[in-house]
Design a protein around this ligand. Sequence first.
Ligand SMILES: Cc1cc2nc3c(=O)[nH]c(=O)nc-3n(C[C@H](O)[C@H](O)[C@H](O)COP(=O)(O)OP(=O)(O)OC[C@H]3O[C@@H](n4cnc5c(N)ncnc54)[C@H](O)[C@@H]3O)c2cc1C
Ligand code: SF4
Ligand code: SF4
Ligand code: SF4
Length: 373
Amino acid sequence: MSMKTFQDLIKEVHEKGICQECGGCTSFCSAAFETVIGFKNPNSPPEYVNKDACLECGICYYLCPQTHVLDEDLNKEYEFTDFASMPVGKFDKIYSCQSNDEEFQKYGTDGGIVNTLLNYLLEKKLIDGAIVSKADGPFSREALYAENKEDLIKASGTVLNISPQVDEVQRFSTYTRSIPELSHYKFKKLAIVGTPCQIYTIRCMQTLGVTPSEYIEICLGLFCYHNFLFEKSQIENFEKEFKLKFEEIKKINIKEDLILKLEENDSGERTLHIPFEKLGNYIRPACHSCSDFTNVYSDISFGGLGSPDRYTTVIPRTEKGKELFKKVLDSNAINCFDLDTTTKNCMKDLISKFSEQKTKRKAKFMDSLSVKV
Ligand SMILES: Cc1cc2nc3c(=O)[nH]c(=O)nc-3n(C[C@H](O)[C@H](O)[C@H](O)COP(=O)(O)OP(=O)(O)OC[C@H]3O[C@@H](n4cnc5c(N)ncnc54)[C@H](O)[C@@H]3O)c2cc1C
Ligand code: SF4
Ligand code: SF4
Ligand code: SF4
């Protein structure tokens, strides 16, 4: 049987409209001295740049989160079976935590836990840097290599007060292409924060031994129900539909619904809750074909769902993740809400419910594709 190549990714992934544009294939193409594939248009799937130089090695196909070639290997390694029997993945304990650092708490998306953990790793020199994501406007983010606390604060969830440059940007997306950053920096020990599709690709690289994945010390995974993508033309519709101005958005949280904190005016700060069902027009198409909500292959997963306002839900998974979480807890950098058994069970049930809904959404979407074909 011949090796599947980028040509097969075009057929099986791009043409079906399920490319997550993670950049895994373009960043780790084996033809290192020639650019064979690349992103010609931002927010569109990658394309051939020089097809003749393709080595037909199949690496891009193996790494793609939409081919699932390595699922069996990953499931074995991360003790996961399937979403039907393990909707929240493998874990022993679940926590609801908040940072004890005033700045991480103030600027954090939820409890500021992800950045507090990264800061601990940087201060203890357990990593050289971390790939995170910086907001450059509402619903618009770009990858950032953070080497110190200042960088982490810059990339905190709530720092949205930068001019959104609405006139210059044609498309806004909350999705950050973090993986290509791996090839832009020199590091020996790295932490990466990512959505489930990104962490999946990284785990595939690690399974295949693709450089520089061996230098990734820890994968901090965010819960992710979907990401958003706005064409410039849609912004007006969004503003009309939800009676707001894009520039007014000061903070975005994603929990049971989309929570927008809007700029203070005479009547004070406004908080708007938008149910996911009303956001269909603004969801990245590829997110409909994705089943992992809680980031089952990460070392530790983090989300807002299940926790009170300004707290992060934390699920340590691997031995590495549990060890890091314990060290940070022991260092008194974070505090945990004292959860009784009933509250913990409610949290797990709620997270399971969202995970199950996401799997069903994927099944429905994939069915619709097979009907169209
Ligand atoms: C696109 C997206 C969708 C999400 N969907 C959900 C959801 O449906 N339900 C839910 O409960 N939680 C969701 N989360 C997770 C949640 O919003 C918080 O990120 C999480 O609870 C951690 O909060 P924190 O205050 O501890 O993190 P912080 O301490 O504020 O740190 C967050 C870190 O994540 C990095 N980051 C932010 N956005 C991205 C991105 N797009 N890609 C990579 N890194 C990024 C930041 O740079 C920062 O380092 C989502 C997050 C993102 C980014
Ligand atoms: S050289 Fe290998 S990794 Fe690169 S496009 Fe061709 S098949 Fe994919
Ligand atoms: S690896 Fe990522 S960018 Fe490449 S085809 Fe797959 S989903 Fe798209
Ligand atoms: S929903 Fe899935 S495909 Fe979309 S950004 Fe999240 S993890 Fe990636």
